[in-house]
Design a protein around this ligand. Structure first.
Ligand code: AMP
Ligand code: MG
Length: 348
């Protein structure tokens, strides 16, 4: 299959391309689309055959459900069997935006989308091209991140092209994703709203409008093979470059000393903060920085692109630095990096 890569300059300039993307989606094809979080691999959420194509293109395990994307709050009523009060509060504050809400599904949502669960994940993205494509398709779009399963999520059309070339007919290039990490996932089906995945909308923001929000402990912990989890995505290795990643906790100086003393003949690369780069000026180590220590927004924006760079460098090992865990965007950065490292962590 040839994969068409379409660079968008504007809604009007590329009007015909949006129409074509909509046609492909209505025909049951898969199209990669830009969103404010990461690129998505979209298909008609009501068409089980189209959904199967997403799982195939990604190599995603079929027990990991997809998020359904809508372009208007009114689309929600087709997808869920009830709308909790908390969903309305959250929608008023954070939709359109980087928040996915889990609610009880309606009969119209096929099991292929929800991996057989009785609940469905829904997001109303703010990205104008994403919304234009949903509008053009005329149906809600199920869309996971547009990477091969296990790889870092794509934050540019180039990342998508590398993973999806020959696997899907069309990629819509809307430039770099603003946030750079996936949406926040919150479960609204229990008594207390529960955070299942930290993301673009922070825990602090959620608590500021809902009051109590529980946090699923598996956000920052490893899940064993036989464990039952609230969100199937928690089970899988994610976001990982080909080389193994180990997170190093401690001061910048102890980090630099540790790395320099543990090269052991290997090709070593590091993922660090901007401020730490100079500590490695004299060492034979490939240094990739992903933002300033105290600027969680920039770290989130650049993390996946930085992780993808390592697949070109092909080191034997990657030592990585992470920000302090807070109730802000840093929680999402730590969550993604911990999973990329398979929870391998050393304190120095
Ligand atoms: P991705 O498609 O890569 O952004 O991942 C979507 C995430 O949402 C995965 O971690 C899924 O496990 C999670 N998810 C989707 N639907 C549900 C659901 N009904 N209940 C719990 N988690 C869900
Ligand atoms: Mg993903």
């Amino acid at each position: 299959m040839t994969t068409e890569l379409i660079k968008i300059s504007g809604l009007m300039q590329n009007f015909d391309d949006f129409v074509r993307a909509g046609e492909l989606l209505r025909e049951g094809k898969v199209v990669a689309i830009p969103t404010e979080t990461v690129y998505g691999l979209a298909a008609n959420a009501f068409d089980p055959n189209a959904i199967e194509k997403i799982f195939k293109a990604k190599g995603r395990p079929s027990d990991n459900p997809l998020i359904v994307h809508i372009s208007d709050f009114s689309d929600l009523s087709k997808l869920v069997s009830e709308i909790p009060e908390s969903a309305i509060t959250l929608a008023e504050n954070f939709w359109p935006g980087a928040l996915t809400m889990i609610m009880k599904k309606s009969d119209k949502v096929p099991d292929e989308v929800t991996a057989g669960l009785s609940t469905v994940a829904i997001r109303f993205p703010s990205h104008k091209y994403a919304r234009a494509i949903i509008d053009a398709a005329g149906v809600p779009l199920a869309a996971p991140s547009a990477n091969l399963s296990g790889k870092p999520s794509p934050t540019s059309a180039d990342h998508v092209f590398r993973d999806m070339k020959g696997r899907i007919p069309m990629i819509i290039d809307g430039g770099d994703c603003e946030i750079g990490l996936e949406s926040t996932v919150i479960d609204l089906t229990g008594d207390i709203p529960t955070l299942l995945r930290p993301g673009g909308v922070t825990l602090k923001q959620l608590r500021s409008v809902l009051g109590e929000v529980a946090v699923n402990p598996k956000i920052l912990e490893e899940v064993s093979d036989d464990e039952k989890v609230a969100s199937p995505g928690m089970k899988y290795k994610h976001y990982a470059p080909s080389a193994p990643v180990t997170i190093i906790d401690g001061s910048s100086e102890s980090f630099a000393n540790y790395v320099k003393n543990n090269i052991n003949g290997r090709k070593v690369a590091i993922l660090c903060f901007e401020e730490e780069k100079e500590l490695f000026a004299d060492a034979d180590i490939t240094v990739v920085s992903y933002g300033k220590l105290l600027d969680g927004v920039s770290l989130a924006h650049s993390l996946f692109g930085a992780l993808r760079q390592f697949d070109e460098i092909s080191p034997d090992i990657i030592f990585a630095r992470e920000p302090e865990t807070t109730d802000g965007i840093e929680l999402a950065v730590v969550n993604r990096l911990s999973r990329a490292a398979g929870f391998s962590r050393i304190s120095v």
